[in-house]
Design a protein around this ligand. Structure first.
Ligand SMILES: *Cc1c(COP(=O)(O)O)cnc(C)c1O
Length: 394
């Protein structure tokens, strides 16, 4: 039996004939129409405990660009930095560069794999107001401490834009959806590959309603007045059909979250040699089953992945290479030694995860992963104890 790595499961547009006809009859196809408005209101009520405001965008990368540009208040006057972890997806660093900022990479925390608080504060102290924006990543949907970022923003007078691309569905310790009440900007993705899967779409949230008001104008060509630009802008709007998919996904999302939590719980229980992110009260939206191979196993990760692939188990290694290891960012970003990032990226493995994964598929994955891991562990132990092993074999 072969098992896919991910199998996107957005709502089925082909089954939404009546809703599509209603959009056609309304003659509203975009521009924050009625389907979009209702979805935004439902999101605030159901995901953000009724606090703050949110705005849809065509995807999270455009959302990050808008959020960073809004946070820095127009064009930067000199080269300035966007402080972010290197252990993330390319989107945040690309968005910063489109805003004229230079990505400045910090190291990550060895347990959460999110930006290291110590390294962030070291760089904030070192670079001062040359840092235009701090861009933490809520790693794989992990509930990072946003109260700390509120304090950091006040202490260093620096705006914070959270890349929460994989976090829709994450519930924080206070029982509210991740991001609720945060006065900075939080950007979520609803890309086909996320737990909250549509196709291409994103959400920008803030507890600061003024901020969302500004962002909505920036997202619509910078039109602060009717058809008259008053600020830098672009077109980042979501179509009504896109919003319909989002609404449908929201309506059925609890089942997807529950299945993903079960799959992750099984991985944690069945793979005691792997290291996973810490468990939190609340819930974590899981995009894939992410774990680390034991210390020292980095050099074997490629071999391990190849063995899984050969056995028909889809897999990946997000985020390896991490950003500082990608040519474009190696050339244009600023960073020092990133020992924890290098270690985590060398050992990380992403296992299959999808809403429709059956028990038989999950059993198959667990069996193959355990089997391939024990083969790997045996050869690793042999290599550790007998560094002259090839001579001994002669
Ligand atoms: C998926 C992802 C993005 C990009 O989201 P899009 O909606 O595809 O633009 C950004 N950052 C991270 C960490 C992601 O995982």
């Amino acid at each position: 039996m072969s098992v896919a790595f991910i199998r996107p499961n957005p709502p089925r547009l082909s089954e939404l004939g009546a809703e599509l006809r209603a959009i056609e009859d309304s003659r509203m196809f975009s521009n924050f129409g009625p389907v979009n408005t209702r979805f935004e209101q439902d999101m605030v009520a159901r995901m953000f405990a009724g606090s703050g405001q949110c705005m849809t965008v065509c995807n999270a990368t455009i959302g990050l660009m808008l959020a960073m540009q809004q946070a820095i208040g127009g064009r930067p006057t000199k080269p300035r930095y966007a402080l972010m972890p290197s252990f993330t997806f390319a989107a945040a660093a690309q968005a910063a560069m489109w805003c004229g900022l230079t990505p400045l990479f910090c190291d990550i925390d060895p347990a959460t794999w999110a930006a290291s608080p110590q390294d962030e504060e070291r760089l904030l102290a070192l670079y001062g107001d040359e840092i235009a924006v701090v861009v933490p990543y809520a790693t794989f949907g992990f509930d990072i401490d946003l109260d700390r970022y509120e304090r950091l923003a006040a202490q260093y007078k620096v705006p914070v834009v959270v890349d929460a691309a994989a976090s829709l569905g994450t519930v924080s310790v206070d029982g509210r959806g991740f991001g609720s009440g945060f006065s900075g900007t939080v950007v979520f993705s609803m890309h086909a590959t996320k737990a909250f899967s549509t196709g291409e779409a994103g959400i920008v949230y803030s507890a600061d309603e003024e901020r969302i008001h500004d962002l909505r104008q920036m997202c619509n060509f910078g039109f602060g007045e009717a058809r008259s630009a008053t600020m830098l802008g672009l077109n980042g709007k979501l179509s009504e059909i896109g919003a319909l998919l989002c609404q449908q996904q929201l309506n059925g999302f609890e089942g997807a979250m529950a299945r993903r939590s079960e799959i992750m719980a099984r991985y944690r229980q069945a793979l005691p040699d792997f290291t996973f992110q810490p468990r939190r009260i609340g819930a974590q939206a899981h995009q894939f089953g992410v774990g680390l191979l034991p210390k020292g196993y980095g050099p074997y990760r490629r071999e391990f992945q190849a063995a899984l692939t050969a056995a028909g188990i889809g897999n990946a290694a997000y985020f390896s290479p991490h950003l500082a290891q990608q040519r474009h960012f190696a050339e244009h970003a600023v960073f020092g030694a990133l020992p924890v990032t290098n270690d985590v990226a060398s050992r990380v493995i992403s296992l299959p995860m999808f809403d429709t994964m059956t028990e038989a598929e999950l059993d198959e994955v667990v069996t193959v992963v355990q089997d391939k891991f024990s083969i790997l562990a045996e050869s690793h132990l042999a290599a550790v104890h007998w560094p002259w092993g090839s001579m001994a074999a002669d």
